[in-house]
Design a protein around this ligand. Structure first.
Ligand SMILES: Cc1cc2nc3c(=O)[nH]c(=O)nc-3n(C[C@H](O)[C@H](O)[C@H](O)COP(=O)(O)OP(=O)(O)OC[C@H]3O[C@@H](n4cnc5c(N)ncnc54)[C@H](O)[C@@H]3O)c2cc1C
Length: 412
């Protein structure tokens, strides 16, 4: 039987597009409007800093669904359209195209936006951030052999673009206030693995410093650092993190912290409004913490969980955080979560120097997270160890480090 309920999804990224698909898979026969600011069909972002810059991936590969999927599933996809306001009392949303839609359920899947560099010259030409397909196209057009690229920030996206740019023949300098790349996420020992990798590929790092000013005109020509040293630059990538797009939730007076606050079912304080993906700060039942995870896997799975909960099912988001990166010939997956400030020990299984190993972070003897570098098909086993750790299981560090002990044996 067809029903006349209307579900509106604000944000047509991975979380939003997956939520729409799940609604149909679960048999929802009401109306679905999927509203997205970008002019593109919903797409996945990981290729933007990897395959699309390297020429190993095609644009079409990034799309979440085929172009004809939306009409075939009766999903009213409105691209280049923004949800401007929510009236939670009347359960209506106002769109930038002038339309005003009534909803029964609303999903906020508005993602996150890159932080900008608040220094003079930040608006010069060839100063980019990387969030959208259009950003990736611009970087691909401007970063060629011989281009002098300065990357501001030494997180995942900055390093992935640094790697792609080196492989395109550009000169790359990374500027960061940190003492090591990725130090905040990985700690000193593992951060040094990434530092060595990039140095071997000719990336120059400037640690412990900030960008003071960008000079040039109309395009950037120089990056001036806090100590007044200058770096000549043709292109600057600003990769200093993102902030969640909570504007709609703020306007609707929903509880917002570092993201839109949602329970384990991804519902906000307003029962008919849910949130998923990068924008959602979830009360995670297993980790017993509020988590906002900016990873592809989270968008992929929170969209469907939110959709099921919107249909009244007892759906819960209790997956462990998972992410991956590819830089040069290093492929890596990371699963689990180390509580910020926890005294974690690192145990390595395999060849750290040869970049073929698994690193475990243990807290109080329990495995909190694991990262496999150029070792494959172990993610589920690592996740099982982390789940066991959450149940109080401790792992002997000597056996964790011993590659002759199969990972499942550590659960015994
Ligand atoms: C370059 C890059 C590389 C990445 N690589 C990896 C990786 O290797 N591994 C990994 O785990 N993760 C990676 N990520 C992270 C991952 O892509 C994100 O976690 C994921 O895209 C989040 O999906 P989302 O649907 O929540 O948000 P988004 O993908 O940001 O989609 C949200 C959409 O909502 C739109 N929107 C915002 N406000 C409104 C509004 N009011 N009305 C309508 N539309 C609105 C936005 O324009 C956007 O299109 C990468 C991200 C980037 C940018």
């Amino acid at each position: 039987m067809l029903e006349d309920r209307m579900f509106v999804i604000a944000g047509a990224g991975l979380a939003g597009a997956k939520a729409a698909a799940t609604l149909r898979e679960e048999g929802f026969s009401g109306r679905i409007a999927l509203i997205g600011t970008e002019p593109e069909l919903p797409y996945e972002r990981p290729p933007l800093s990897k395959g699309l810059l390297l020429g190993t991936a095609q644009r079409d590969d990034a799309y979440v669904h085929d172009p004809d999927w939306y009409a075939a599933h009766d999903v009213d996809l409105r691209t280049a359209t923004t949800v401007n306001a929510i009236d939670a009392e009347k359960r209506r949303v106002r769109l930038s195209d002038g339309d005003d839609l009534a909803y029964d359920k609303l999903l906020l899947a508005t993602g996150a936006s890159p932080r900008t560099l608040g220094v003079p010259g930040a608006g010069l030409g060839n100063v980019f951030s990387l969030r959208t397909l259009a950003d990736s196209d611009r970087i691909a057009e401007t970063v060629r052999a011989g281009t002098r690229l300065v990357v501001v920030g030494s997180g995942w996206i900055g390093l992935e673009v640094a790697a792609a740019a080196r492989l395109r023949g550009a000169t790359v300098t990374v500027v960061t206030p940190a003492a090591l790349p990725l130090r905040g996420v990985l700690g000193d020992r593992l951060a040094k693995v990434f530092l060595a990798l990039h140095r071997e590929h000719g990336v120059d790092f400037r640690f412990g410093t900030r960008v003071h000013e960008l000079r040039g005109g109309p395009d950037v020509a120089q990056v001036v650092l806090a100590d007044e040293t200058t770096i000549n630059a043709d292109v600057v990538l600003v990769a200093i993190g993102v902030t969640p797009n909570t504007g709609l939730a703020d306007q609707a007076r929903l509880p917002v912290g570092n993201g839109v606050l949602v329970d384990r079912h991804l519902r906000t304080a307003e029962k008919d409004i849910s949130a998923a993906g990068d924008v959602a700060a979830v009360d995670h039942p297993l980790l017993r913490a509020r988590l906002r995870v900016e990873h592809w896997d989270t968008a992929l799975h929170t969209g469907p969980v939110a959709a099921r909960a919107m249909l009244g099912q007892d759906a819960v988001w209790d997956r462990l955080p998972y992410f991956f990166t590819d830089q040069y010939d290093l492929g890596m997956e990371y699963a689990g979560w180390v509580q910020p400030g926890a005294a974690a020990e690192v145990v390595i299984r395999g060849h750290e120097q040869g970049r073929e190993f698994i690193a475990f972070w243990t807290v109080g003897g329990r495995v909190a997270a694991g990262m496999n570098v150029n070792v494959w098909d172990v993610t589920e086993q690592i996740q099982a160890l982390v789940r066991a750790g959450l149940d109080g299981h401790t792992a002997d560090p000597a056996r964790l480090a011993d590659p002759t002990v199969a990972l499942p044996e550590l659960l015994a």
